[in-house]
Design a protein around this ligand. Structure first.
Ligand SMILES: [Zn+2]
Length: 405
């Protein structure tokens, strides 16, 4: 991706980054967005649009707006020029132009500017969202599916709800094991949202049949509501680990459905130890504000990786500081890029732009100071942007990568 982008008529975009960053980023291969979600197919009304800018699940406080946040400012910084408007234009003008273009053209323009070559889409969220292929097609890229374990269990349970007999529980558990194995044949990874459903302080041992059967029976008898039973959550984790597919785990901040202090990745330490010799990789998602804990786990456990997604979108120009903090302890082969975009194509644009800018500024700065060679900075940039994810998920190489020398 070039260091500067041609803006729409009369809408010069601000410079993206300086010469130190450009030395690292010029020629960067297409990004692999290893954790993201579909975008809404319809045109969101202004309140719905603004709601996608925040992790809050309620309207903003009276007299305030979700646009007055780092995410809101980042959308106004990066997206208007792609819709032929000046950067930083008011939200109302941006939303009016968006309506004029319609959702398909808006999505095409915003996604094709991300520099993303592969989208790994978590398909476990409800709503009228684009799927992996549809999302990727809008951006001229390839799509892959990541299967959310709890959603898979809840779907599987719909055929087994009822009085919760031992037979029904047994049939459900068989169907669930089959569903996880079948998903592993087509999906590139699994994802657990145990952080939301119970918290990460889970008993690390795989639960035995004597624990799993009564838990399944009780859950089915209750009508299989939202899965929060810690035994079944652990059972899902271990079913996924047994497939050998990488397992993504939500950690760190998210919507208020979770308790932040229960989502500290350090709480996973015992599970990390227990899975160390299984041959299955764990990928800690988001991590903020516990990204230094995640970096530590990635440093000392070969099968643990960490991700900067969502975080960079929410911290705006502070993305350089957060990325630098990740890179204090995280080995360079362990950090993965993602946007965690959800609902709005704008969040793909912003997530990739902030990542690229932060990556260039941090690594370019270290190269300019002489701490790193420029060749190493370029090589590490390509690893974090694409190479690490391609290795962890077993994705085919996307053309020639950056020369090392
Ligand atoms: Zn996500």
């Amino acid at each position: 991706m070039r260091a500067t982008r041609a803006a729409g008529p009369g809408a010069p975009a601000p410079p993206q980054y300086g010469p130190d960053a450009a030395a690292v980023l010029d020629g960067l291969p297409p990004l692999v967005d290893h954790h993201c979600h579909g975008v809404v197919r319809h045109e969101p009304d202004p309140a719905t649009f603004a709601a996608f800018l925040t992790e809050a699940d309620r309207p903003p406080a009276a007299g305030t707006t979700h646009f007055d946040t780092q995410t809101g400012f980042a959308v106004r910084r990066w997206c208007p020029p792609l819709l032929d408007l000046p950067a930083h234009c008011p939200p109302e003008r941006y939303l009016a132009r968006r309506r004029e273009l319609g959702p398909d053209e808006t999505r095409r323009r915003l996604l094709s500017a991300t520099g993303i070559g592969a989208y790994l889409v978590d398909t476990g969220l409800p709503g009228d969202l684009t799927g992996p292929d549809e999302t990727a097609a809008a951006g001229g890229a390839t799509g892959h599916e990541v299967v959310r374990l709890e959603a898979l269990a809840e779907r599987t349970a719909t055929d087994h709800r009822g009085p919760g007999t031992a037979d029904a529980a047994e049939a459900f558990l068989d169907a669930l094991a089959h569903a996880v194995r079948a998903a592993a044949e087509t999906a590139v990874a699994f994802k657990s949202v145990a952080a939301y459903r119970h918290g990460l302080a889970l008993d690390p041992a795989p639960p035995g049949p004597d624990a799993v059967r009564p838990a399944a029976r009780a859950w089915l008898a209750a009508g299989a509501p939202r899965l929060t039973d810690p035994v079944l959550l652990r059972h899902l984790v271990w079913l996924a680990v047994a497939t050998g597919r990488p397992l993504q785990l939500h950690t760190g901040f998210g919507d208020p459905d979770l308790r932040l202090d229960h989502a500290d990745p350090a709480l996973l330490t015992d599970l990390v130890r227990a899975t160390a010799d299984t041959g299955t990789d764990l990928v800690l998602l988001h991590c903020y504000p516990y990204h230094r804990q995640a970096a530590y786990l990635a440093a000392v456990f070969p099968h643990v990786h960490a991700d900067v997604g969502l975080t960079l979108t929410h911290v705006g120009p502070r993305a350089t500081a957060v990325l630098a903090e990740f890179l204090e302890l995280a080995p360079f082969g362990k950090l993965l890029f993602s946007t965690d975009a959800y609902g709005l194509p704008e969040l793909y644009t912003v997530g990739s732009a902030l990542f690229r800018t932060a990556l260039g500024e941090v690594l370019g700065g270290w190269a300019a100071s002489g701490a790193w060679s420029t060749a190493d900075a370029r090589r590490v940039a390509a690893m974090i942007a694409t190479g690490n994810a391609r290795r962890v998920y077993g994705l085919a190489d996307d053309g020639p990568t950056e020369p090392v020398g």
